[in-house]
Write a protein that binds this ligand. Sequence first.
Ligand code: PGA
Length: 249
Amino acid sequence: MRMPLIAGNWKMNGSLALVEEFGRAFAGVSLPVNVEVALMVPFPFLEAAGRALGETSVTVGAQTLSDQPSGAFTGEVSAAMLRDCGARYVLVGHSERRILFGEDDAMVLARVKAALAEQLTPVLCVGETLEEREAERTESVVLGQVEAVFDALDEADRIRVVIAYEPVWAIGTGRTASPEQAQAVHAAIRGYLSRYDDALAGGVRLLYGGSMKADNAAELLSQPDIDGGLVGGASLKADDFLAICQSAG
Ligand code: PGA
């Protein structure tokens, strides 16, 4: 069975005060035991988030990483540094990274490998733009992004990757993919993974992201191939994020 994962993505938002608020909010509730919860915070908050959430089952993660292990790369942060600061997960290839920072498939692959080498779980983000969806290219774009990474990994590493399907047109727009639209793409990704092997297809966790909210999470999460969510805006309010975590149980 695949354990559902609800991952919050704060993006370049939040503060140390918000980290503390989340610590208090999550300490006071019991999360469903069969759900994993992770919070991807900005680099400077990683340690504080680990401490604030230390008494809870919530793990912390980062939003990107360098593809290099160390060296003269001013401003970059390595996988080993993230681990040192308590991260267990790291987003790779978020559409904002791909579009705003020019990360292409080769750069995404290098980051996935860097994360795996330091025992971080990469959450590989894939998704089509509105233009690509309207041109009926959703599957080819999304499966191409998955293939660019999975083809280059060995069998033992493939199963360690989490995939987040995030239609670009649904991110931060309030326009969620319908459960049927999301399920169709998730099923296509799982079908694609079965070309490697059935155990991989059955085991890899596929998250949906894009305007997931407390009031639409349950329906999305009830789809057979949706194993969790990557939550942006709604992960900045403790009550909203908690409600989404509860609905995954
Ligand atoms: P959103 O962001 O929930 O605000 O749409 C999701 C994401 O970018 O991961």
